[in-house]
Structures are given as C-alpha cells and as structure tokens.
Design a protein around this ligand. Structure first.
Ligand code: ZN
Length: 685
C-alpha cells in the first residue's frame, strides 16, 4: 500500500532503549542502524522527516537497580541516559531529538492520553488481590517478592521468574514469599486498576493488520501479529502500584503510575512535541495528519507493543494516525551465543569506541551487511575483520585511493576532462545511472542488506573498471585515454560519496571533502558529471585501514575470559536445599571456640586432629581441613563449631563436634573464623 500512496511527511520512531544499562551491538544492528539509514536516505531525497529517539526511564527494573546501588531511580536514569545518548551521537545516529520519558512534557502528554481514553470510557476497572508489604505500606511488584522456586527449590526466586532454573513464575507460585523491601511476609490486599480491553479491539485489529497489511508488512512481523491475535487478546492493565513513573491522573489513584508499556510509546509523541517547540514546527502534523507516514523501527521483542497495543491506543484515542509500517528486525547474536547484559556477553558500544577509534562506519557496515533482517544472525569478530579488510578496504577504499592518488600524480589533483568514449566507458556510464534507483528500491522495501550490497557493487564496478583499464600502463603512450579513465573513475567516487551517506556517513563526509565537492542530493546521484573538469581535489587520505589479526584475537580473548568467569559464577553455585523450620535450626548448638592443639592424622592427607576449648569443655575433633591449613596455622585461632553433633569414630579417634567451613564447587575450603576475638562458648544463632 505504501508504495502506491504518496506522503507529505514522515515520522520515524526508533525503540526507546531502557535506561538501566549501556548500549551494545545488538541495539545498533536491530533498530538504530537501519532506522538511521532510512532517515538519512529520506533526507537526501528532500523529504520532510522527523527522526525520534529517547530513553525509556520508567519501570520496576530501574527502581530495583537504584535500590541495589543505594541511589535514586533518577540517578540511575541520568547516568544511563547520558551514556546512551553519547553512544548514539558518536555512531552518527542522526535523531532530530533524543529525549527521555522522565521529562515533564512526557508526563503531561502521557497523562493527557490516559485521560482522553478514560473520559471516553475505554478502560475497564478491576479490583484484584495483590501482595502488600504492611511494614513499608507498598504493593509489591513481582520483582519485589522473592521466595522459593516450586520447581528447583532455589530460595531466591523472583515473583516473575526463577533465575536459577529459568522458569517463569507468578508471585502466587512462590513458596514462602518475602518482601524485598522489609524482609517481611507480605499479605494480600485489594487494589483497583484500569485495563485496556484488547479483546474488544480484536475484530478491528484482525481487519487492520491481517487484511490491511498482508502485503506490505514483513513476514516475520505479520506472522507474530497473526499468532498473537489468533491466540485471543486479553485486557491488559494500564496502571500499577508503584511510585516511579507517570502518576495516574485520577484523584483515587494517587499512589499508582501508568504501566511502562503504556507510557513508553507515548514517549514518541512527547519527544515530537519537544522537538517541534524548539524547531518552530507544528507537532500535530507529524502525528495527526493522514498524509504523514508513521514508521516504527523496533526489535522483534517489541512487535506486540507496536503492532497491536500502541495502534489500539492510538485508534481509540481517536485523533492520531496509525503506523503505516513496523519493519521489526530479529536479534543479533554474538559468537554463536545470545547477547546477554547480565552475563556481560556483548560488544558494548562505549568500549568499541575506545578500542576502535574512528571506526564507527566499520561497525555500521558490518551490522548492516550482516543485519538480522529476517532471521537471527551472528556477529563474529572474524567476520568483522574480513568485511573490513576484504570489502571496505580492498574494494571501496582501494578504488577511491588509487583514483585520487593517480589524479594527483598525473594531473596535479585536477579533474581531467573526458576525451573520447569507448564501448567499455559507455557501458560503465550507463550502469552508474542505475544505482540510485536500485539502492532506493531496496531501501523503500526495508531490504537494507540488499541496498548496502548494491552500494558496494558501485565500488566493485569502479574497482574493476580501473583495474581493467590500467591507466598506470597507458599513461606513457596515451595520456588522453588516461584523462577519460580517471574522469569516469572520479565520477564513480563522487557517486559513492553521495550514495554511501545513509550507510557510512563518516566515510561519505571524508570522501566529499577529499573530492572538494558540494553536498549533492539523491536526485543528483547517477549523474556522471558531478565533478567539473578542472576542479581541484584535496589530498587523499585513507578511508579504511587494515585490521590486523592481533586486534581481533584480543577481542576474542576478551570474550573467552567473560565466558570463563560466567561459568565459574553460575555452574558452581548449587541450588538451595529445602527449607527447614526455625525449630529445626535451633536444635543445632553452634559455639565460638579456640583451637588449642593441632596435628595431622597419620596416613591421611586431609584430616587434622584438633584439641579445642569450647568454653564448655575441652575436647577432640577430627576435621577434614588439612588440605588447606597446616597444624601451626590453626593453633590459637578462634573457630566456629557445632558442639552437639553426635560423636563419630574417625580413624580410631572419637570426634566430638564439627568445625564450620565454607567450600566452593572446586573444593576450596575456608574455615569460618569470627571477625572479633569473642569468648569461647558464645552461641552462634
Ligand atoms: Zn527454579
């Protein structure tokens, strides 16, 4: 449909990254590089376009992180919003505005949106029982409740998931739930919330998506929407009990906020308002005019929100346009493993910028050439190196550099005039004309990999033409011929400078400066007269440089170390044992004691025979800690021991009690010693 319609202007949004961590390559590959390519292309075509980005700064994970670090949620989002914004700027993601949902204009916009739906009677009100912490007087979000997992008996499972066995949970599944806020057992209390009746919107969604966008939405997007709708949509809570977020604008809901899934996409509208105020534009045209084309760039985890829920909100609010397309990408993996923030399995953008200064375009290129457009794809450092060395450097960079160096060598850096055209020249000139259309068709249909490959085909064409024509051999005998060859080669360079701008903006700028040419538009491209005869070129500098094996090996090594430390952190911790009652625990009599004498038990490696002052008596204990401690290490030391463990005969000696030690999964031991010099016989409880 979009291809047949013409639009007056474009509103392009890109998913709002969640402000509780830095950005990695998966973010760039799945959302921001394609969105930026598309927007830059539209701008080059002279379209009226606004490109919207911003940080999503509400929700429970941010409040949890703040609690863990002993700071406020605002401090968390300030830190990461700053980091994220900087990474985008450095990678040339050319937002017209990069805003944030903690801004007052967003709170205002989201409140208004809620109020309109509320006044129209769209919401359903429902009262439900939820866990409540009486000590702190808070309703508890799922993440604020921990307890024992019913599947693996891990005792620190969250109300939404057990991180030990990975099972999704609801707070009611937890055995012995406890409030994270106070450590108390939570009670169930009634609370009222407002719900968006997605079930009621189902017939409309079915028609709008499954009929209306059958042909123009990507198959991965359409398929996911169909499966959601076919499963049957349920009403979805719009509000929640939390004190971080956009306050629900109702007198009876002073302690509630809008659910983050509801307020975050409204952030696109708030950001547009903020931009329009500064730019002196009318924001309403970009959101309410039927001649505006709205496109959401997102990752596949966001499809349901941008294709079903947000359009339903826009439609029933009544005054907004709907997205015309949602070209969602799949996920980028890293070296055959899912990117994971918690496992630090990622290439972080701020680290890349430090380790590969000036190479933003190389990453943009690799992430687009190998982009997860229709299926999950894999980023590997070997592929990164090979795409740089054998594509960007060997084809694009090499062609441009040879052309400019030869022009300086033979013609003092002035564009030579075409003399006479042979058939080869004519066919090359004819082909140059085709590229803006070929690249454009791919971009119009969100086939970014194909578009980038077409751009490289132009560089390939130039490289082959120059190599075949051998101006360095011809110059001695036929200078006129060399003028023609270099003019055509330079025109290809000029076209590369224009057509590469959406994909490789830093390279395009460098090349434009080297060619000393004005900023041309997409319409100018395809023309073999962009550079005028006699025009003075600037000195060539290298567009790309070789990336050596050592650099790549260092990156691979860094990932291997991450993998190693992840294995130590995860595999080695055993799940918790089943709960015991306090009565069970209090049967154990644990005391502070002092080691008086120590000697090895003959013919054993692990056993020490210890004489111990328990404060109650002096007694002999056999302990398996000789692998870690020599007898002399322990004499005079305070330890902790169970004094009422039934005596056992070990190697012919009666051992009365047990010394407490910690042991990790690799068998390393550490005997527990009180951190202060405490009286023998003091009870440990
Ligand atoms: Zn579990």
């Amino acid at each position: 449909m979009a291809e047949n319609k013409t639009f007056k202007r474009y509103t392009i949004t890109s998913a709002l990254p969640y402000a509780n961590g830095p950005l990695h390559i998966g973010h760039l590959a799945g959302v921001y590089v394609p969105a930026d390519i598309f927007v830059r292309y539209l701008r080059l075509k002279g379209e009226d376009v606004v490109f919207i980005g911003g940080s999503d700064e509400h929700g429970v994970p941010i409040t949890i992180k703040a609690r863990q670090q002993g700071v406020t949620p605002q401090q968390i989002v300030d830190k990461y919003h700053g980091m994220i914004k900087k990474s985008f700027e450095e990678f040339g993601i050319s937002f017209d505005i990069y805003s944030r949902t903690s801004n007052p204009i967003h709170h205002e916009t989201a409140s208004e949106f809620f109020t309109t739906l509320y006044d129209k009677g769209e919401f359903i009100e429902k009262t439900s029982l939820q866990y409540y912490d009486e000590a702190t007087q808070h309703f508890l979000a799922d993440r604020y409740i921990t307890g024992t997992c019913p599947h693996c008996h891990f005792d620190k499972a969250y109300g939404d998931q057990c991180e030990n066995c990975g099972t999704s949970l609801s707070p009611d599944d937890l055995i012995n739930p406890v409030s994270v806020l106070s450590g108390n057992i939570p009670v169930k209390k009634e609370t009222k919330h407002w719900y968006l009746p997605l079930d009621k919107y189902e017939p409309w969604l079915r028609e709008w998506i499954l009929e209306g966008h059958k042909d123009d939405w990507k198959t991965n997007v359409y398929g996911q929407c169909k499966s959601w709708i076919d499963q049957g949509l349920q009403p979805r809570a719009v509000t929640r009990d939390l004190d971080w977020g956009v306050k629900v604008p109702l007198p009876e809901a002073q302690d509630k906020v809008l659910y983050v899934w509801f307020d975050a996409p409204i952030g696109y509208i708030s950001a547009t308002r903020e931009w329009a105020e500064k730019a002196g534009k009318d924001w309403k045209l970009y959101w309410k005019d039927k001649e505006t084309r709205l496109i959401h760039f997102i990752g596949k985890d966001n499809i349901v929100f941008h294709c079903i829920i947000f359009p339903a909100m826009l439609k029933h609010e009544g005054s907004y346009i709907l997205p015309d397309n949602v070209p969602a990408f799949e996920f980028m993996n890293l070296e055959n493993d899912k990117i994971s923030t918690s496992r630090n399995w990622a290439v972080w953008l701020h680290e890349y910028l430090e380790e590969f200064p000036g190479k933003q375009d190389v990453l943009r290129y690799v992430l687009c050439a190998n982009g997860p457009e229709t299926k999950d794809n894999d980023f590997t450092w070997k592929d990164f190196q090979s795409r740089n060395n054998s594509e960007l450097l060997a084809i694009f960079g090499n062609f441009v550099n040879r052309t400019l160096v030869l022009t300086h060598k033979y013609f003092e850096g002035k564009v030579p005039a075409i003399e006479e055209l042979n058939d080869y020249d004519k066919s090359v000139l004819a082909e140059i004309k085709e590229f803006p259309m070929r690249i454009g068709v791919s971009l119009d249909t969100f086939r970014f990999r194909e578009a980038l490959n077409e751009l490289m085909n132009l560089a390939r064409l130039g490289n082959k033409y120059l190599t075949d024509s051998e101006p360095w051999k011809v110059f001695k005998t036929d200078e006129a011929r060399v003028r023609t060859i270099l003019n055509i080669s330079l025109q290809i360079c000029a076209n590369l400078a224009v057509l590469s701008k959406p994909f490789l903006p830093f390279t395009s700028a460098k090349l434009t400066a080297m060619l000393n040419m004005p900023e041309f538009t997409w319409k100018d491209a395809g023309n073999a007269g962009l550079l005028k005869d006699g025009q003075q070129l600037n000195r060539p500098e290298l567009l790309f440089e070789r990336i050596e094996d050592g650099v790549i090996e260092a990156q691979i090594q860094k990932l291997l170390e991450t993998k190693k430390s992840n294995q130590q952190n995860t595999i080695n911790v055993k799940p918790a044992k089943e709960n015991v009652t306090y009565d069970d625990f209090s049967k154990l009599d644990i005391r502070v004691a002092t080691v008086l004498e120590a000697e090895k038990v003959p013919k054993t490696d692990k056993l020490l025979k210890l004489k111990i002052d328990t404060g109650i008596d002096q007694r002999i204990v056999i302990s398996g800690i000789a692998g870690k401690y020599k007898p002399e290490d322990l004499i005079g030391k305070k330890i902790c021991m169970i004094v009422n463990l039934a005596p056992r005969n070990i190697r012919g000696t009666e051992s009365k009690g047990m010394i407490l030690s910690a042991e990790d999964a690799n068998g390393n031991l550490c005997t527990i010693m009180p951190s202060e010099d405490f009286h023998n016989g003091s009870e440990i409880k």
